[in-house]
Each structure stands twice: as structure tokens, then as C-alpha cells.
Design a protein around this ligand. Sequence first.
Ligand SMILES: Nc1ncnc2c1ncn2[C@@H]1O[C@H](COP(=O)(O)OP(=O)(O)OP(=O)(O)O)[C@@H](O)[C@H]1O
Ligand SMILES: [Mg+2]
Length: 296
Amino acid sequence: MSRLDTVLYPNEGGRKNIFFSGKGGVGKTSMACITAVQTSRKGFKTLLLTTDPAAHIGNVLDKPVSDKITAIEGVENLYAVKIDQKKATEEYKENILKDAEDKFDAHTIMAMKEELDSPCTEEMASFQKFIEFASIEDFEVVVFDTAPTGHTLRMLELPMDWSKQIQLKAGVSTTISEADQKQKELFDKVMDMMKDEKQTTFAFVMYPEKTPIVEAYRASQELMTLDIKTQLAVANLIIPEEQAITPFYQKRRNMQLGYIEEIKETFKDAELLKVPMLEDEIKGITMLKEIGDQIF
Ligand SMILES: Nc1ncnc2c1ncn2[C@@H]1O[C@H](COP(=O)(O)OP(=O)(O)OP(=O)(O)O)[C@@H](O)[C@H]1O
Ligand SMILES: [Mg+2]
């Protein structure tokens, strides 16, 4: 296997998670879809999962995608799902309050309700869904399309906040319920998997321009504080050589080539994937397959 292959495909009988992160609009969703189509075609049962509240993987695949895992017609082994943040939050609140009803008085429950109306609850609910999907053992590859940069990092830091929420759930009593204990074990398991570089690949998508490189580098440094290394750098929207036939495009392409060198230096330990600028928007299974053939 080439080094790129080891970053993309699981070991014999193993599992591979691939996260696509990066600044807004750089091509995360497109890359996640191209990659998931590719790993499925290689024969790996693949789940494409989006944690972006504004997700449009359904548009890119040109197939319906909902908050239930759905087989994608036209690609064997490919399944997709999106986390519906609103719905997840409602479910999460309902569960906590239902649990609380048997345990606490009306006053405490009112206080809990107020406490639960915070952005933290939304994050926790999405994270719990994420954990739920990420821990399904049936899939050999899970590809994550994430929201612009900060969001993913926040998700990964959430387990630290988890204990606070658990305390809230436990209310006045200090013991952790059996269900919560199970939940915590699941959290720990998924976090261990994400920190294991053999099982999980973090990819940063950027264009070969200064700002996206700087931002990706900063985010990758933040990941390092969580012991997570960046293993793949994607340089997207490269002007094809055969199109650089006017002085304008020649100049721009040369600028890009300079920045590609900078990406190589900045992400020394990562594999580099180069993706050309295409004449059409990225959409539909046929196109996703073609791009995969071209870039991998
Ligand atoms: N190599 C490419 N060639 C042509 N168009 C591209 C290329 N890569 C991405 N695009 C287009 O750029 C737009 C943004 O891409 P995409 O949605 O994948 O970015 P994103 O990083 O997921 O954005 P967001 O941060 O909003 O989630 C899309 O319309 C997509 O079709
Ligand atoms: Mg996106």
C-alpha cells in the first residue's frame, strides 16, 4: 500500500475514520463525498456522516440524505446520514426530562429546563448523535464532513464538558446512573479511536493561497494539543496546466504552485492530495467517481 492508501483505507479487518476540516467554502463537503465514493468502490462498507448544520451532502451526491442511515443508490457499500441538530436537541432534552420526572420535584425540573435551554445542550445533543453513529462497528470506513473549522475542535473538546452535564442530570444526587456510565464508556471509546492515527485520519482542505493555509495550520496545531496529528492536506482548486494559457492564468497558476510548496513545508508529515479546479460544480455520482479516479 502507498502512504496515501494507508491514510485512506483501513488495515486488514480494521476501521478508518476520515475527517475533512478547513475554512468555509474550501471544498470539505466535496472532498468528503469524493472520498466516501472512492472507499466504497474499493469494497469498504462506508458511512458518509455530516456534522455540518448547513449540510448539503444530499445535493452533492444528488441523492436524498436524512437523519437515518440511508443506502446510496448507484454506489455499492455507500451509506449516508446527517445529524439533524434541532431534532437531536429535542430528543436529548426530552430524554433527560423524562428521566428526571420520576426523580425530582417540579421546582428542580423547572430549573433543569432552564439550564437545558443553552447552546451547550445543542452541542451535547449533536455530539451524542455523532458518538452514536461513530461507534457503529458495522462500517469499515466512516467519512466525516464537518462544519467550518472551529466546530470540529469544539466537538472534540466536548467530552471534557460532559461531566458537567452529567452532574446536571444527576441533580442533587452525586451518583452517576448506569445509562450515563455506559454513555461515558462509549465517549471514551470513540475518543480513543479518534486519537489513534491508524484508525483515524484528519484531513485539512485548503486552496493554495495564504489565508487558508495559515488557518488550516493554526487549526492543526490546536488538534496537536489533543494529541491528534494531521495526516492529509488537500490542495483544492488548482488551475490545470493546460488551462494556464493566458498570462493572467499563468500567473495565478504559478502563484498556486508556490503555495503548494508552502503546504508541503507546513504539513511536512502529511500526505498531499492535489485537486484541480473543475469546469463544473461537483455534483452527482458519475462525476464523483470520475474525480476519484483522477485524484487518488
Ligand atoms: N475542485 C473544484 N472544482 C470546481 N468546483 C469546486 C471544487 N471544489 C469545490 N468546488 C465547489 O465549491 C463550492 C464549495 O465547496 P464545498 O461545499 O465542498 O465546500 P465546503 O468547505 O464544504 O463549504 P462549507 O464550509 O460551506 O461547508 C461548491 O459549489 C463546490 O462544487
Ligand atoms: Mg460543507
